[in-house]
Design a protein around this ligand. Structure first.
Ligand SMILES: [Zn+2]
Ligand SMILES: [Zn+2]
Length: 176
């Protein structure tokens, strides 16, 4: 179900001012009212124009795909997506949009995290179609900077293996 109560888009008279300000900063086109971050075209949920792909919005919009209960012995989704940056949000948002219509009734995502430079997605109630989409998402993440979404490689950052692009390495520090 789409949560239509989430007003991501601004009234027309505010858009110009905000867009100008955001363009000057990082080329973004909107401001997410749920997480407070600015976002651009690439940070939207596929098929849902204007909606940010942050964990809060994705888990709201695709609520039926996630086990959002507080029982941490069953699900870790109360901690959101456990990876840094914007890059892999694109991967998760696209996967959710693709599996929404094929997910079995009892399907639920239980944890989403970055571990040893791979995107780990734990779920229950899957199907061959779901497995294929999850594998495709993981393969996509393996080539995409976790931080920004540009093409990236497996590198060690601050003692941890991550997928990073050259630009994000400059910011995050590169251990050789
Ligand atoms: Zn957001
Ligand atoms: Zn990057």
């Amino acid at each position: 179900m789409i949560n239509d109560r989430v007003p991501i888009n601004f009234p027309a008279d505010v858009v110009d001012t905000v867009a100008e300000w955001l363009d000057a900063r990082d080329g973004s086109v909107g401001l997410c009212l749920l997480c407070g971050e600015s976002f651009g075209e690439a940070d939207m949920i596929p098929g849902r124009p204007g909606y940010h792909n942050c964990p809060t919005t994705v888990m709201t919009m695709f609520a039926k795909l996630f086990d959002l209960s507080d029982d941490v012995t069953a699900t870790m989704m109360r901690y959101g997506f456990q990876f840094e940056g914007r890059g892999w949000r694109r991967v998760m948002a696209r996967m959710c949009a693709r599996i929404e219509s094929i997910a079995p009734e009892d399907f639920r995502i239980l944890a989403v995290k970055s571990k040893y430079a791979t995107l780990r997605i734990a779920y229950r109630g899957g199907s061959p179609g779901i497995d294929a989409e999850a594998a495709a998402a993981q393969a996509d993440a393996a080539r995409r900077c976790e931080g920004c979404g540009k093409p990236g490689e497996r590198r060690k950052v601050g003692g941890w293996w991550m997928i990073r692009c050259d630009g994000c390495l400059v910011v995050s520090g590169f251990d050789r």
